[in-house]
Design a protein around this ligand. Structure first.
Ligand SMILES: Cc1cc2nc3c(=O)[nH]c(=O)nc-3n(C[C@H](O)[C@H](O)[C@H](O)COP(=O)(O)O)c2cc1C
Length: 195
């Protein structure tokens, strides 16, 4: 069973995202969303720089988000097909709550940028865990939109960038697991080099 919330460990062992396009509503209540974001903010962060932001997009702002994506697509790919334009329209209206995760590093700081970006990724993971712990299913995607300057500047201050679009809703169909790497592929015992 995936997303088994019967214990903390079972949730950690079975957590599974859904594809945002397959989510159904409703998204979290305002109180639940606030709780998720507070949990997400409880993330390792070297130097207490909070190098991440969460930008929420309300349901009644989805048309404006769609218009932004259409403008950005026209800029990125003037020859975009009708099917691609429709895909962006659909993306902007995926069910559930949309949270845009923003990487907001403090540039020129003694804490390396890399560590600040790692913290942002951890905040995204924490948001997924919080959403799943509260009985929702989330999905984290990027795609060309995350790298479009027009979209970036609509969500981010200068120097910030989009780390992901995280949709939080409910699974619209039974979700399957994806292959997970065998530990033998990713874990090894350190062996000091012989001098
Ligand atoms: C930064 C980031 C960007 C991602 N972007 C996409 C994406 O654009 N499309 C996609 O299908 N999956 C994307 N994924 C992968 C899914 O969010 C998800 O991690 C994957 O399906 C594994 O699901 P899990 O959360 O159940 O392990 C991205 C993941 C990360 C961390």
């Amino acid at each position: 069973m995936l997303n088994d919330r019967s214990s903390i460990l079972s949730l950690l062992e079975t957590r599974r995202s859904a594809k945002p396009r397959e989510l159904i509503g409703p998204g979290p209540t305002p109180a639940e969303l606030e709780r998720m974001l507070a949990i997400a903010a409880r993330t390792p962060d070297h130097g207490k720089l909070t190098p991440w932001r969460f930008v929420t997009v309300a349901d009644d702002q989805r048309d404006a988000f769609a218009a932004l994506l259409q403008d950005a697509l026209a800029e990125e790919d003037p020859g975009a097909t009708g099917a691609h334009r429709q895909k962006e329209q659909d993306f902007a209206h995926y069910a559930g709550q949309l949270v845009v995760l923003v990487s907001a590093p403090v540039r020129g700081h003694k804490i390396p940028l890399w560590e600040q970006e790692l913290s942002c990724g951890a905040a995204g993971m924490n948001l997924l865990l919080a959403a799943h712990a509260l009985g929702y299913v989330a999905g984290w995607v990027t795609g060309w939109r995350a790298y479009s300057e027009r979209v970036r500047s609509a969500f981010c201050a200068p120097g910030e960038r989009i780390a992901g679009f995280i949709f939080i809703g409910h699974a619209g169909r039974e979700i399957d697991d994806r292959p997970r790497p065998p530990l033998s592929d990713i874990v090894r015992q350190w062996r000091p080099r012989a001098e």
